[in-house]
Write a protein that binds this ligand. Sequence first.
Ligand SMILES: NC(=O)c1ccc[n+]([C@@H]2O[C@H](COP(=O)([O-])OP(=O)(O)OC[C@H]3O[C@@H](n4cnc5c(N)ncnc54)[C@H](OP(=O)(O)O)[C@@H]3O)[C@@H](O)[C@H]2O)c1
Length: 262
Amino acid sequence: MDLTGRVAVITGASSGIGLACAEHLARAGVAVVLGARRADRLDTAVRAIRDAGGRAEAVPTDVTAQADVDRLVARAGEAFGSLHIMVCNAGFGYYGTVEQTEPDVMARMMDVNFMGTFFGTRAALPVFRRQGHGHLLIVSSIVGRRGIAQMSGYGATKAAQVGFAESLRTEFAGTGIHISVVFPVSTETEFRDAMARDYGHSVTGLGPKQSVDHVARAMVACVRRPRPEVYPHRMSRALAVINAVAPAMADRLVARYGRRRQ
Ligand SMILES: NC(=O)c1ccc[n+]([C@@H]2O[C@H](COP(=O)([O-])OP(=O)(O)OC[C@H]3O[C@@H](n4cnc5c(N)ncnc54)[C@H](OP(=O)(O)O)[C@@H]3O)[C@@H](O)[C@H]2O)c1
């Protein structure tokens, strides 16, 4: 599908997967509206996209505030006349046992990772319904498909996104409205820096890794040809299958591919 003239909103677009996704979509001819809290980062990204010939706008956004997310999504219509693609990507992680995970950290993680997705979806769906088409992409994690040790809180927020998306997919099956879930494995982004900045510790992924460009390319391919699920690291799909048919075997397998606290 030719994406020229399409319009996308991307949350968490100030760094990592969201920024790469915005850049790749813009290169494919999509007008992009970038949302995140760090306005300076968004401005730099918008300038770079415009300098490269793309169309971009920035809206400082905290995805835990519904009014912010509504404003972000409305900007797509104001600036570019429509909305075709909504990418709910903003998120952060926490590593630790359940006892180490303070309730306020858990609540915050649910607010950003899940409620941010809920608000983004809630803002975009009325537009999609009106026009009879649209594509919602939700960035979960392979950890949302198959949990790993000491990321139970994070895994719960990522699994919540999956349950939400599967239900929506059923509602919109056979229509022009597509719902896709993206399941990245460990990706080199600011994810670990954000954890260190906000919680004083970070993690190292022990399993396979991929680049943000690799994830972004897989996402753009999914926008061109909508699919329910995107596993940018192809082999990770096998983990989802093994977990469904032989969960005890998956327990042993993921013990080798966990994360290490730093
Ligand atoms: N990196 C990995 O290994 C990995 C693997 C699987 C899945 N993921 C998922 O990929 C997504 C993107 O993460 P990343 O790896 O690209 O990390 P990242 O570089 O830290 O990016 C996270 C983005 O989310 C934004 N964000 C955080 N809290 C926000 C809030 N309250 N409101 C608005 N934006 C907020 C951040 O921007 P501001 O700080 O400027 O607000 C940033 O743009 C997340 O959902 C994460 O769970 C990551």
